[in-house]
Design a protein around this ligand. Structure first.
Ligand code: IYR
Length: 222
């Protein structure tokens, strides 16, 4: 067991109320421009941008600081193709039988279907894995905590960082996603969490005409 060791909170930045109002409003304006994009251009993206965004994701709060995530960044066209073929196979079944009608009805306004060309067009796919435990010597396992929450928060940080850098993303969840372990050679303790598509939008990209709920609907103040 490791003993707690503390250091001063040196990096905390304090702002006046006025500055806080401005900063929070500016952040909202910035983040509300984010849209889930399904049409990508092949325009390349410097790997350093992706690296910075992954470092940002890795700062996320998480259970017992176990950082139970692994990010696999794919730019290799052959691997992207393999992923597209495997994902479209699952999606084909999803859209043509596996998904209950109620689910298909809920998706109808997004115009999604089983064809996933963006898995090949976009310059990067980031496969996010959740580590349910850490393997140790003699087949022992060190348990991780709040894995889904931790990886969800890190993924949120990542999407935010990519958006802030000027990139579009798509959170893609082909189901089931076990094929990602095989293609990307990830170990048994890792479960695919989601597949993030990253790049510049195509010039003629369009997005569904949808809106977000107003504050009164999403929050209650006592
Ligand atoms: N995974 C499928 C279906 C899908 C499900 C939800 I919930 C969405 O918000 C969007 C799509 C697909 O990617 O098409």
């Amino acid at each position: 067991m490791k003993k707690a060791q503390f250091i001063p909170l040196a990096d905390y930045q304090e702002y006046s109320t006025e500055e806080m109002k401005e900063r929070s409003a500016a952040f909202y304006q910035e983040i509300k421009r984010r849209r889930t994009v399904r049409d990508y251009s092949a325009q390349p993206v410097d790997r350093k941008v992706i690296e910075n965004c992954l470092l940002a994701a890795g700062t996320a709060p998480n259970g017992a600081n176990r950082q139970p995530w692994h990010f696999v960044v794919i730019s290799d066209p052959e691997i992207k193709r393999e992923i597209r073929i495997a994902a479209e196979k699952e999606e084909q079944e999803f859209y043509n039988g596996r998904a209950p009608q109620e689910w298909l009805d809920a998706l109808a306004h997004l115009g999604t279907d089983e064809f996933k060309p963006f898995l090949e067009t976009a310059p990067y796919l980031i496969a996010i894995f959740a580590q349910s435990y850490e393997p140790m010597e003699n087949e022992k396992r060190a348990k991780n905590y709040y894995v889904q929450e931790s990886v969800g928060i890190a993924t949120g940080f990542l999407i935010n960082a990519l958006h802030h850098s000027g990139l579009a993303t798509l959170t893609h969840t082909p189901s089931p996603m076990a094929f990602l372990n095989n293609i990307l050679k990830r170990p048994k303790n890792e479960r695919p969490y989601l597949l993030l598509v990253v790049g510049h939008p195509a010039e003629d990209a369009s997005v569904p005409d949808i809106s977000k709920k107003p504050l009164d609907d999403i929050a209650t103040f006592f």
